[in-house]
Design a protein around this ligand. Structure first.
Ligand code: HSE
Length: 448
C-alpha cells in the first residue's frame, strides 16, 4: 500500500465542539485518512488555560497556550475559539502561511468575510465554515455547490435553536417568554446572558452568510435588519395559534424588486432589484414545513427557480453535531491539498444590493382592540385601502367588560403581501384612528 502523506492539523479552541473535533481526529484517524487521502495529524490544541477540564479525555501534551506558534506550522487550521480577535489574526496568519482554514465562527465571517476570502484567494487556500450556520446541517455546501447551476430566489431559515426552543415552549405550554427562557437556560440551551440568541444577533450573522452564498454577493451583518423574540408575548402566540399560525424566528434572504412586490430573477442594470436580508419573529401557517421544526432543531427552507422547494433539517448546535460539519470541511480541505489547488471557491458575481427593511415585501398579522359599534369595520377597511394594503383575512371576537359593561372587540387581520413601508404606515395610522383602542400585536407573516 502506498504511504499516505501526513497533514498537520492545528486546533484553536477546545470547548464543546473543539473537544469533539479532537476526539474524532484521534479516534477516527484511519477513516479520515481513507476519506481525505492523507493522514490528519493533530499537532496541537491552543487554549487559554491548559488546566481547564474538557468534555473529552485528550492527551495533555497536545495543549498549548501559544496559538500563534501553533498555526505557523500547520497545513490545516481549525478555528473554534469564537469572537473576533484573536481568531481573525490567527486565521489570516494561518492562510498567509499556506494553511487551509476551517472555522465555525459565524460572527467573524459575517463581520469580516471579505477580508478572510481575499486572503484565502491570495494564498490559494481553502476557507470553509459549514459549522457556522445551522450546526450539523449541510447547508452552505449545497447552496454553494449543488445549487450553483440554479437561481435561489428565497431562503427562510430557523437557524437559532435557543429561540426555536423558547417559541416552541410558548406555543406548546402557553408560557410567557421569561418562563420559557428560564426553562431554556435550565436545560442548557440558552446562555446565562441570552442576548445574542434572543435578540436575533446570532441568527443575523447566519442570515448574512446564507444571503452571501445564495445571491453570490458578499453581505455583512450591517446589511441585516434584525428583531429578536423578547417582545413576543404569550397572547401573540395564542392569537397566532388560534388563527392557524405558529411564530418562528426566521432568517430571511430574498430577492425583491425595490418597489416591494414580485420576486426578481436577475439584477437589472438600473439596480431595481436587490436582496432583503432580515431576522424577525414571523407567523407561519401551521402546515408550512418549517412549522414542524420543534424544540432546539434548525431547518433551512430554500426556493430556487428550477429546484423548487427544498428543506434541510437537523441539529443546529451541540458538540458532536457541529463537529460533524467541521470534519466535513476538514476532509474536503485535506483533499484539496492532496489533489492540488484550492478547491471550489465561492462566486461573488451576483452584485445585488442589500435593500433596506422598508423595501421588503411581507404580509402582516395585526391584532386590534376596537370599539364594538356600527361603522368600525368600514373605517378600518378604508384605512387599509387608503394605504394600498389589501386584507386577506379578518376575524372578530367580541367581549364585554364585567365592571364597565362596555363591549369591545378584538380584530385579527392578515394582509396580503405589500411593501413594508405601506404596512408600517398603515399600522401607524391605525394607532391614531378613534375606533381603535389599541394595536395589540404586529407580526410579519410568511408562507401564505
Ligand atoms: N446559540 C446558537 C443556537 C447555536 O441557539 O442555535 C450556535 O450558533
Amino acid at each position: 500500500m502506498t504511504e499516505l502523506r501526513t497533514l498537520k492539523v492545528a486546533l484553536l479552541g477546545c470547548g464543546n465542539v473543539g473537544a469533539q473535533v479532537a476526539r474524532i481526529l484521534l479516534d477516527d484517524a484511519d477513516m479520515l485518512a481513507s476519506r481525505s487521502g492523507a493522514r490528519l495529524e493533530l499537532v496541537g490544541i491552543a487554549v487559554r488555560n491548559t488546566d481547564t477540564p474538557r468534555d473529552v479525555e485528550l492527551p495533555r501534551e497536545l495543549f498549548t497556550t501559544d496559538a500563534g506558534a501553533l498555526v505557523k506550522d500547520a497545513d490545516l487550521v481549525i478555528e473554534l475559539m469564537g469572537g473576533i480577535e484573536p481568531a481573525r489574526s490567527l486565521i489570516l496568519a494561518a492562510m498567509r502561511n499556506g494553511a487551509c482554514v476551517v472555522t465555525g465562527n459565524k460572527a467573524l465571517v459575517a463581520k469580516d468575510g471579505p477580508t478572510l476570502h481575499e486572503e484565502a484567494d491570495k494564498a490559494g487556500v481553502q476557507l470553509s465554515y459549514e459549522a457556522a450556520v445551522a450546526g450539523a446541517i449541510p447547508i452552505l455546501r449545497p447552496i454553494r455547490d449543488s445549487l450553483s447551476g440554479d437561481r435561489i430566489t428565497r431562503v427562510l431559515g430557523i437557524v437559532n435553536g435557543t429561540t426555536n426552543f423558547i417559541l416552541d415552549q410558548m406555543d406548546s405550554t402557553g408560557a410567557q417568554f421569561a418562563d420559557a427562557l428560564a426553562e431554556a437556560q435550565r436545560l442548557g440551551y440558552a446562555e446565562a446572558d441570552p442576548t445574542a440568541d434572543v435578540e436575533g444577533h446570532d441568527a443575523a450573522s447566519k442570515a448574512a452568510i446564507l444571503a452571501s452564498l445564495s445571491f453570490h454577493t458578499r453581505f455583512s451583518l450591517d446589511d441585516v435588519y434584525c428583531e429578536g423574540i423578547s417582545s413576543v408575548t404569550a397572547a401573540d402566540i395564542a392569537a397566532a395559534k388560534d388563527a392557524g399560525f405558529v411564530i418562528k424566528l426566521l432568517a430571511i434572504a430574498e430577492k425583491l424588486t425595490a418597489a416591494g412586490g414580485e420576486t426578481g430573477t436577475e439584477t437589472d442594470a438600473a439596480g431595481t432589484t436587490g436582496v432583503s436580508v432580515r431576522v424577525h419573529p414571523t407567523l407561519l401557517p401551521r402546515e408550512h414545513p418549517l412549522a414542524a421544526v420543534r424544540g432546539a432543531f434548525n431547518a433551512v427552507f430554500i426556493e430556487a427557480e428550477n429546484a423548487g422547494e427544498l428543506m434541510f433539517y437537523g441539529q443546529g448546535a451541540g458538540g458532536k453535531p457541529t463537529a460533524s460539519a467541521v470534519m466535513g470541511d476538514l476532509v474536503s480541505a485535506a483533499r484539496s491539498i492532496v489533489l492540488g489547488g484550492p478547491g471550489r471557491a465561492e462566486t461573488t458575481t451576483g452584485k445585488v444590493s442589500a435593500l433596506p427593511i422598508t423595501a421588503a415585501a411581507t404580509s402582516y398579522y395585526i391584532g386590534l382592540d376596537v370599539a364594538d359599534q356600527p361603522g368600525v369595520l368600514a373605517k378600518i377597511a378604508r384605512l387599509f385601502a387608503d394605504h394600498g394594503v389589501s386584507i386577506e383575512i379578518m376575524r372578530q371576537t367580541t367581549h364585554r367588560d364585567a365592571d364597565s359593561n362596555i363591549e369591545s372587540a378584538e380584530l385579527r387581520i392578515v394582509t396580503h403581501r405589500a411593501s413594508e413601508a405601506a404596512l408600517a404606515a398603515t399600522v401607524e395610522a391605525a394607532k391614531g384612528l378613534d375606533v381603535i383602542n389599541s394595536v395589540t400585536s404586529v407580526l410579519r407573516v410568511e408562507g401564505v
